[in-house]
Design a protein around this ligand. Structure first.
Ligand SMILES: Nc1ncnc2c1ncn2[C@@H]1O[C@H](COP(=O)(O)OP(=O)(O)OP(=O)(O)O)[C@@H](O)[C@H]1O
Ligand SMILES: [Mg+2]
Length: 456
């Protein structure tokens, strides 16, 4: 018997006891794990309690017949292969069952060798299918969501990610809240050789000292009040994968010492334990704080700072990469509208102008939330300004009375925005501005704006 056949789980369903017994001993001899049921109900009951690879069932049985049983099995456990046994007279029925998804059928009186071959083939196919499902799941976990960005700053970020991901170098991601630090950490993991290992994220800012310690290093039973069982910590769970330490600047000093030791020695000791456990993980950290400043204030250890400050990726705030605003908004729209069942086709030009003018203190996360909110309100057509959150719109309501601009400055700013909305298409921009193309050209020259492409 082949290695993969060992322990294949079989369920034999037949109303005749001697058939059940002879088939059962035949397949047990073959190395399968076998259970039997005398009718369809008993079979379904067993199937609901434990997993089987293959069901061999007679078609003609009192009560529910084999064909109906196979239908029910497909409903509850579609990956189970069903082999039907039929008298010659009901081959028609068997053929119908094949169409509905049965794996195969054999006719009575059957040759046990033939039945063995059919079952062997069914099992090998089932195992392949199961493996496929597992692989697909792993791949979809490993593949991060799309990371959007065409601004030069984001292009630079992507270059750094490509360079550092395949190595085991520690990465520190810096950026304001909502700029995509976690997303980039996941991208680094996905593009590394550790992608099939786990990515374990710890939010170091969310937990008090004692809890964080046991969260990171795990604990042994009874090591503190409430430690009921032994528990693995995140560092141990990250073995063979990536450890993402979010908000690293928030780690209490005491835990910083232990963390540094664990990172350097690649060994941990659970809280309340004494055994040293080897761990193998890659560290990616993120912070929205200036760590050097924290070092100067004495709240972040200098040695840990140098240990993690090896390869730094700075994520620029969204207001400093306005080129990304609209493509991010469009990509969120596309992603969300399907889930939300909306027929929304895009943003109106006015809404685009508002999105571009706003300064996005909450960065990409705020933009995502704004698009989601707009889709709640807008069911079809284009997203108009009234669907955007009020505070985003407000920033655009004229200039504050304290800021006095010359008319030229305002004209320049306005043309710049319109050009952005139109993707620097002069024809479109001149239409929106209600001036002819030559006038627009002259203004572009006058204000020294980038010209972009000329035609559609
Ligand atoms: N470049 C991008 N492309 C697509 N989606 C993005 C991008 N950047 C951020 N996002 C999305 O914006 C949201 C916020 O990103 P993320 O959680 O990674 O930010 P963060 O920097 O970790 O924020 P915080 O500091 O608040 O934890 C997420 O939904 C993320 O998927
Ligand atoms: Mg985050």
């Amino acid at each position: 018997m082949k290695e993969w056949q060992k322990g294949g789980k079989l369920l034999i369903v037949d109303d005749e006891m001697h058939v059940r017994e002879s088939l059962s001993s035949w397949f047990i001899e073959d190395g399968y794990e076998v259970e039997t049921a005398k009718d369809a109900n008993e079979a379904l009951n067993l199937l609901s309690k434990k997993p089987f690879d293959i069901v061999i069932t007679d078609i003609k049985m009192p009560g529910m017949d084999g064909v109906e049983l196979q239908r029910r099995i497909k409903e509850v456990s579609p990956s189970v292969a069903v082999v039907l046994i039929t008298a010659y007279a009901s081959v028609q029925t068997a053929v119908q069952a094949l169409k509905e998804g049965a794996y195969d059928y054999i006719t009575k009186p059957f040759d046990p060798e033939q039945l063995s071959r059919v079952v062997e083939k069914a099992l090998s196919q089932k195992k392949l299918k199961d493996e496929n499902i597992v692989l697909k799941e792993r791949i979809s976990q490993a593949l991060p969501q799309l990371v959007v960005g065409k601004s030069p700053q984001m292009q630079k970020v992507f270059e750094l990610v490509e360079a550092v991901a395949p190595t085991d170098t520690t990465v520190l991601i810096n950026g304001e809240s909502g700029t995509g630090k976690e997303l980039i950490a996941r991208l680094i993991h996905a593009k590394s050789e550790r992608c099939f290992g786990p990515l374990i994220a710890v939010n170091c800012g969310a937990l008090p000292e004692g809890v964080l310690e046991s969260e990171l290093f795990g604990h042994e039973k009874g090591s503190f009040t409430g430690a009921i069982g032994r528990r693995k910590g995140k560092l141990e769970l990250a073995d063979s994968g990536t450890l993402f330490l979010d908000e690293i600047g928030e780690i209490p000093l005491k835990v910083q010492v232990e963390l540094l030791r664990a990172i350097e020695d690649k060994k941990i000791v659970r809280v309340g334990g004494s055994e040293e456990i080897k761990v193998d993980f890659r560290v990616v950290c993120a912070t929205n704080k200036d760590l050097l400043q924290l070092v100067k204030q004495g709240v972040f250890r200098e040695d840990l700072y140098y240990r993690i400050n090896v390869f730094v990726i700075n994520l620029p705030p969204l207001r400093e990469r306005k080129e990304d605003i609209l493509i991010l908004a469009e990509s969120f729209l596309e992603k969300l509208r399907e889930n939300m069942g909306r027929k929304v086709s895009g943003f109106s030009d006015e809404a685009k102008a508002i999105l571009l003018n706003y300064d996005w203190p909450g960065n990409v996360r705020e933009l995502y939330n704004a698009v989601e909110r707009a889709l709640v309100l807008c069911k079809e057509g284009k997203i108009k300004p009234e669907y955007l959150p009020i505070r985003i719109g407000k920033e655009n309501q004229g200039l504050s009375p304290l800021e006095i601009f010359s008319l030229d400055e305002i004209e320049k700013k306005h043309i710049e925005n319109v050009l952005k909305i139109c993707n620097h298409n002069i024809t479109k921009a001149s239409k929106l501005l209600n001036i002819d193309r030559v006038t627009l050209y002259n203004k572009i020259k006058k204000y020294n704006l980038s010209k972009g492409n000329d035609e559609d």
